[in-house]
Design a protein around this ligand. Sequence first.
Ligand code: FAD
Length: 493
Amino acid sequence: MQLIWFRNDLRSFDHAGLTHALATQEPVVAVFIATQVQWQRHDMAEVKRDLIFTRVADLSKQLAKLNIPLLIEAVDTYTDSVGLITKLCQKYGVKQVHMCVDYELNEQKRDEYCTRSLNPLGIKVASYHDSVIFPPGHVAKNDGALYKVFTPYKKQWLKQFKQAIPGCYPKPKAQTASFSQAELNTQLEQSQHEPQKIEDKLNQLKIPFSYPGVSSVKSWQAEFVGSEEAILNALRRFCKEVVEDYQRNRDFPLLDSTSKLSAYFAIGSLSPRQAINRLLAEQGDSLFEPDSGAGVWLSELIWREFYRHHVADDPRISQGFAVKKEYQTLRWRNNKADFAAWCEGRTGFPIVDAAMRQLNQTGWMHNRLRMITASFLVKDLQIDWRWGEQYFMRTLIDGDYAANNGGWQWSASTGHDAAPYFRIFNPTTQGERFDKKGGFIRRFCPELGEVPDKNIHQPQAYLKVFNANSSYPDAIVDHKSAREITLKMYKAE
Ligand SMILES: Cc1cc2nc3c(=O)[nH]c(=O)nc-3n(C[C@H](O)[C@H](O)[C@H](O)COP(=O)(O)OP(=O)(O)OC[C@H]3O[C@@H](n4cnc5c(N)ncnc54)[C@H](O)[C@@H]3O)c2cc1C
């Protein structure tokens, strides 16, 4: 028997493990193991857990069409999950376990432990680099070192990509194997005929997380349609109708001009191969024009891979260290009241507050706003980027260790190819540039609803005259002097 262990690869299409397991012609069984205690140690947002469970329920339906039962289990930690996999393998006489590689340190350790546990029992482990186009280390300089700067990395990535564009795996065919074990038959029955039971089971497994977060996946997408088909349709629609203007519109949070597919990429409900092949199908070779919408979108997918490759290569990144060693010991101010104001969206800087409220209310934040809020926390409030990184992880539906850490270390100037330390966003002018008339600000800060466009980015003076009772706070910091303090802080290292 072949066992597919689903983790961050929650899809039944374009899936290496599934394809290879079915190709053996031996009976294939799948398992998903929730590890909610471990997930909390990694600061997963509760809303991301909910999305995972929703996707698992759908995955069980898709796998049932392929005659593959999906066992759904729950333990506390990764170590426990390896123990469970070992037991399942022994119980069902599994010959080979298929899994998609995760790159963070604890995940790497989990998989090494799994291989160490299974191999002596004569059970093979097949791993696939299925969440990236190129496995880590495969886009490297002549001497084998990883690129630290994005532009040459991207150039090399594109060169290799053009040489052999990786196609998607063909749609899998249902297996004909029958299962003799009564227990497996029961699972199969459930997944084929009683999808409601799977959803009930997953709902019963949910434990409340020890930190607050967004209450429901529906806050992220009002009409939540996270089925596999709906995800592919969203990708198709974006690549067909929206991506052409991506280059022009992507920085304006009021425009619905980015794909909003990040949550699906993060849990592997969408593969980069699938995304790029769809882009190619809809936009042809314009994909390779660096200034086209398709070309810029492809660049973002390459950034995703750049960060993953570095996380795989350098365990220090998973351990919270600054990539640039000289910035490991920056002397942060770490004022708790300021941090609370930032988290709650009451800094008195409207674009920052609207962005943080978007995050708190929906579990998602626009990329330009992630950059503005991160810069504000680190360079206006002098708060350690790791505090912000953790808050984002605990709140984001698309929390992805490599992308989040990469984004924070970029903003804090501590990462590979990061913003230089003296690049400090002015939150007021950022608001003026990217939300000129304040439409986005008003959506999330209703107390500024009546403030005229010309005052929206610095509303305090207007409010004092026309609405003295307004609850909107004064600015918690003076940007100009904060900038000077930050410059000194970085120069001191
Ligand atoms: C401080 C900070 C924290 C971030 N945290 C995360 C995170 O936890 N998870 C996450 O997926 N992205 C993160 N990003 C990157 C980016 O903001 C989101 O990927 C993007 O906003 C998601 O929206 P979208 O799907 O509409 O993206 P699109 O603009 O449609 O981009 C397509 C895909 O490319 C990837 N991508 C886009 N931009 C980046 C980037 N800068 N780095 C890495 N991958 C990227 C995502 O998978 C995204 O879905 C962070 C950025 C910053 C500055």
